[in-house]
Design a protein around this ligand. Structure first.
Ligand code: HEG
Length: 147
């Protein structure tokens, strides 16, 4: 059972209030596909991913990035029930999409880098610690069907 202190809850809503999911999502997914190119194998239907410019300009990447961050929004809004929120998503990624769960952590790192770039100095080490905890819980919840 994950316990969130009031300070952690307010740090998370502070970060979330400063990011635009429509901006962060596409940027984070594009980073994943560029930095870790093997992740492109899951997005065969997305069209041209042949260069960084192609990934950054691909409308399907942008649209899917928004969907990803929409799912993160659900976690942020219900911090005490992240495992429940993601139970069917975990099943989908495991049974149908066959996504290697190591990739969840890589996407989490990309999200953190994009958020840090956006927030600048207000993304203090303390805030980063809480944010990293949130994403670790998200990754664990998405991975739950695999184990
Ligand atoms: Mg996944 C679909 C969320 C990591 C590959 N992902 C989806 C969907 C959501 C989601 C909400 C739509 C589900 C639906 O249509 O019912 N994904 C999600 C989260 C995270 C994540 C929250 C991690 C934080 N996904 C992830 C990673 C990969 C991946 C790391 C592959 C490297 N997701 C993937 C694929 C689809 C989804 C291939 C189907 C896309 C499509 O065909 O439109």
């Amino acid at each position: 059972m994950v316990v969130w202190s009031n300070a952690e809850r307010s740090a998370i809503s502070g970060v979330w209030g400063k990011v635009k999911t429509d901006e962060i999502g596409p940027q984070a997914l594009a980073r994943l596909l560029i930095v870790y190119p093997w992740t492109q194998r899951y997005f065969g239907s997305f069209g041209d991913l042949s260069s960084a410019a192609a990934v950054l300009g691909n409308p399907k990447v942008a649209a899917h990035g928004k969907i990803l961050l929409g799912a993160l929004d659900q976690a942020v809004k219900d911090l005490d029930n992240i495992k429940g929120t993601y139970s069917s998503l975990s099943q989908l990624h495991c049974d149908k999409l066959n996504v290697d769960p190591d990739n969840f952590r890589l996407l989490a790192d990309c999200i953190t880098i994009v958020v840090a770039t956006k927030l600048g100095p207000s993304f203090s080490p303390q805030v980063q610690g809480t944010w990293t905890k949130l994403l670790a819980v998200v990754v664990a919840a998405l991975s739950s069907c695999y184990f």
